[in-house]
Design a protein. Structure first.
Length: 250
């Protein structure tokens, strides 16, 4: 039985005062009966204030990106060990904004995933096709290519208890959500790829859906058998809305 997971990706929003309020709001508002694992991913400078507000509670801390290299002369980068030191347990890797705006290739994403794992973080690996790719009927080919790059570079151990987020690019920040059936179809495909490679391990991998999830559409998405929670962007900037989504996930 997979425990559902809901992660909030705050992206490049807010100041430390907002981060403090938002983290405390989620910490205090999460209903005791919510069984989901809940993670907040603030921008790097807000990790300390969020860590302070979440300390000792059940909401976990994550980052939005990590350097694929070890500590050293890499100006502007943040290492996996630094994230652990800042209190992170999770890190998002391969978000489509990193891939499209900052040129992250499948190879770089794979190296980030492995570095995160080696440091003891749980990477949330984002995959997903663009609108053009979906319309061209290439969704499965794209998702398979992105997943295979990481699977081959990182190997079975790195995927044990792994987290994958299917995020169709056309649904991110657009208000246009995949239907529950579209999400289930790709999630089942991702699980079948993992199963073909590693058998039983696939049943323990949590596959999150991301792309314009709101409290109003979360329940149907989360009811799909291979949807194990969500990666939430815009709606995670409102504590009440985010908590409602978490409560719907399990
Ligand atoms: C995201 O950025 O990962 C995301 C899913 O964003 P939104 O929920 O705003 O579509």
């Amino acid at each position: 039985m997979r425990r559902s997971l809901v992660a909030g990706n705050w992206k490049m929003h807010g100041r430390s005062s907002n981060a403090a309020r938002l983290a405390a709001g989620v910490r205090d508002g999460l209903p005791a009966e919510c069984g989901a694992e809940v993670v907040l991913c603030p921008p790097f400078p807000h990790l300390p204030v969020a860590a302070d507000r979440l300390e000792g509670g059940r909401v976990r801390l994550g980052a939005q990106d990590v350097c694929e290299r070890e500590d050293g002369a890499h100006t502007g980068e943040v290492s996996a060990e630094m994230l652990v030191d800042a209190g992170c347990a999770f890190v998002i890797v391969g978000h489509s904004e990193r891939r499209s705006l900052y040129g992250e290739t499948d190879d770089v994403v794979a190296r980030k995933y492995l570095r995160a794992r080696q440091a003891g973080l749980t990477p949330i690996l984002c995959l997903g096709e663009s609108l053009g790719e979906r319309e061209a009927g290439s969704t499965r080919r794209v998702v398979e290519r992105q997943l295979t790059a990481v699977a081959e570079h990182c190997g079975e151990e790195a995927f044990r208890s792994g987290v994958v987020a299917y995020e169709p690019v056309w649904a991110i920040g657009t208000g246009r959500t995949a239907t529950p059936e579209q999400a289930q179809d790709v999630h089942a495909f991702i699980r079948s790829l993992l199963s073909a490679r590693w058998g039983e391990l696939a049943s323990g991998v949590r596959i999150l859906y991301g792309g314009s999830v709101k409290a109003g559409n979360a329940e149907r998405l989360f009811s799909m058998p291979d949807v194990d929670g969500g990666l939430i962007g815009g709606a995670s900037l409102d504590a009440d809305e985010f908590i409602r989504i978490c409560a719907l996930s399990g």
